[in-house]
Design a protein around this ligand. Structure first.
Ligand code: ADP
Length: 578
């Protein structure tokens, strides 16, 4: 639904000079005041000229006076005194009614004109101007009573020749039509559009609510399935640690926890992408090696379903390109796992070929095709929406949070690309996208660094949750690091004062003193080692990319800790330290 439709019926040049801070309603008000004011000015001046010819000085000055008064609100608008112009206009209107009614007289039979004129100012009030509206109402009643019972003191009625009478009627009728148009336009902008907006907001809220319900249903389904395996297997192993199937159980445990992790990672990635916190990390890498290893990860999944997974790599591809292998892995991984998930027999093919060369860049096309169930034409557009598949959560036999393709689409957008899908039901689907990658000469060999630099290095692990602390400790100890634990920021500071560490891993949410405060105290304190690497551990994405956080932290790890990333960072930073 298009929520940005605004003032689209007004020609651009009319609102060109109006500042953006004015709301759509204010712009409509300014336009109405200007058009109505200027029309009265023109009419007033013409009438003044006619009365001048007739030597009727009184009417000449009266019409000229009205024209002069009516030019003031548009002039105020011109000088950006919008509110003042509005108020002045509102209080001028009853006086005009009085004047016109007094001068032109009832004989002219143009009361309907006055009725419109009279009702006109009400649209200039804002909903929060209740007091002014009441004052205006009282003031108008006073004007009307005065007109009805007091009479036009010091004024005489205009005398018209029959030709003038007709001209007058035509003019007033034209004004009447014009004002009706303005009224319609302003009402349309102010009231009808407002109502449309309300209806739209209501619809969107209902939809959001429905999506929330469906999201909760899917998530609880998706999380419960692997969790059920974890809980049951742990119970079995607790009762009988020497169970004959313990290795099979361990494999299942690993698989289930990986499933859980990938769901959580999907949610994290999605919220990171939505919050614009995801950044590209380009590395020079061997593209064939990367793509092959991404695809190979899914070979066993394909084989389990009896599917053939084939990889076609164009011989025209250069060996090395600069690209973000983690994000490419996520994109291709999502597409391949979907292809396998929705294909029961046949094959899944991944093809990568060079389309063209543009200077130092190659345009590379990535394609994942399957011979699966395909997607109905009416669903093609929806599948890239977040949580798109959940409509069928209770009936479908394939798992998934419905976030995969939404993440793929956003990850590609980050790389200024987009995904396209072609699909025929019962025949299969083909997803493809293009990336413009820079050809590069050398390879960043970051992943294969020696693991030796971390041996016996001292890590301060600041974490209040005992289970998380234990898991992280075991992981780090496994790599030969020496771990010192602190349960909150304050304890960490105390330890920091008496001990020299090589690396700090800091949870952010902790009682007594949180991770942010502790990192700041370390950086700003008087410690000889205060510039050591401090990495944050967080379960949300809000700290990342935040300037305040970047001032004190060298980087972020999201929970659960990605083993490879932590390993890589440790090797990188600790080998730099020597
Ligand atoms: P999930 O895989 O978690 O269901 P995705 O966002 O990855 O969520 O996919 C959304 C929906 O698009 C899927 O539920 C499925 O209906 C459809 N879909 C995606 N890929 C394929 C495919 N290769 N073949 C058929 N349908 C697909």
């Amino acid at each position: 639904m298009n929520t940005t439709r605004r003032l689209d019926e007004i020609p651009g040049w009319l609102i060109k000079n109006l500042p953006d801070r004015l709301s759509i309603k204010d712009k409509a008000r300014v336009l109405a005041i200007n058009s109505f004011g200027l029309t009265i000015v023109i009419v007033g001046v013409i009438y003044a000229a006619v009365f001048k010819v007739q030597n009727d000085d009184f009417m000449f000055w009266t019409c000229l006076g009205i024209a002069g008064l009516c030019i003031i609100p548009p002039a105020l608008n011109y000088f950006h005194f919008y509110d003042f112009a509005r108020m002045l206009y509102v209080f001028q209107a009853p006086i005009f009614v009085l004047f016109f009614a007094s001068i032109l007289g009832s004989a002219l039979g143009v009361q309907y004109f006055f009725v419109i004129l009279f009702g006109f100012p009400f649209i200039y009030f804002k909903p929060n101007e209740k007091k002014r509206t009441i004052w205006f109402f009282i003031y108008t009643i006073f004007c009307l009573l005065y007109f009805e019972f007091g009479g036009p003191v010091g004024m005489e009625e205009a005398t018209f020749t029959p030709q003038m009478f007709v001209t007058m009627k035509i003019t007033v009728l034209s004004l009447f039509i014009l004002m009706s148009c303005i009224l319609f336009f302003v009402f349309h902008q102010i009231i009808i559009k407002d109502e449309q907006k309300l209806v739209r907001i209501k619809y969107e809220m209902e939809k959001a609510n429905q999506v929330k319900q469906e999201f909760l249903a899917t998530m609880s389904h998706e999380l419960r399935t692997p969790l059920n395996a974890v809980v049951t297997i742990t119970n079995i192993l607790e009762e009988n640690p020497e169970h004959k199937d313990k290795y099979a159980f361990l494999k299942l445990l690993k698989q289930s926890s990986n499933n859980l992790l990938s769901i959580i990672n999907d949610i994290l990635d999605f919220s990171k992408l939505e919050a614009n916190k995801m950044k590209l990390e380009l590395r020079s890498l061997d593209i064939r090696q990367t793509i092959t290893s991404i695809a190979e990860t899914y070979r066993s999944m394909a084989e389990e379903k009896g599917l053939n997974l084939s990889i076609n790599l164009d011989s025209g591809l250069s060996k090395h390109y600069k690209f973000d292998d983690v994000k490419l892995g996520q994109i291709l991984g999502n597409l391949i796992s979907n292809a396998i998930k929705f294909t029961n027999d046949g094959e899944v093919t991944m093809s990568v070929f060079k389309e063209e060369t543009e200077g130092y860049f190659d345009v590379i096309r990535f394609e994942v095709a399957d011979t699966g169930q395909g997607i109905a034409p009416e669903e093609l557009e929806d599948i890239f929406e977040s949580f798109s598949q959940i409509k069928s959560v209770l009936t479908r036999n394939t798992g998934g949070t419905g976030l995969g393709l939404a993440i793929v689409k956003r990850l590609l957008k980050l790389q200024k690309s987009d995904i396209t899908v072609e699909s025929a039901q019962g025949i299969g689907s083909k997803f493809y996208f293009k990336l413009r990658l820079k050809v590069s000469g050398k390879v960043s060999n970051q992943k294969n660094k020696e693991f030796a630099p971390v041996l016996n290095k001292k890590v301060l692990l600041v974490e209040d949750n005992t289970v998380n602390a234990m898991v992280a400790e075991k992981l780090l100890e496994n790599w030969g690091l020496i771990i010192h634990k602190a349960e909150n920021g304050q304890i960490a500071l105390d330890k920091f004062a008496s001990e020299v560490f090589d690396f700090v891993l800091m949870d952010l949410h902790m009682p007594i003193m949180d991770g942010f405060e502790a990192a700041r105290a370390i950086r700003e304190g008087d410690y000889p080692n205060r510039y050591l690497p401090i990495y944050a551990l967080t379960a949300d994405v809000m700290g990342e990319g935040n300037e305040e956080f970047n001032k004190y932290f060298d980087g972020f790890f999201t929970k659960p800790i990605q083993k490879e990333k932590l390993q890589h960072v440790l090797v990188e930073t600790l080998s730099k330290k020597g």
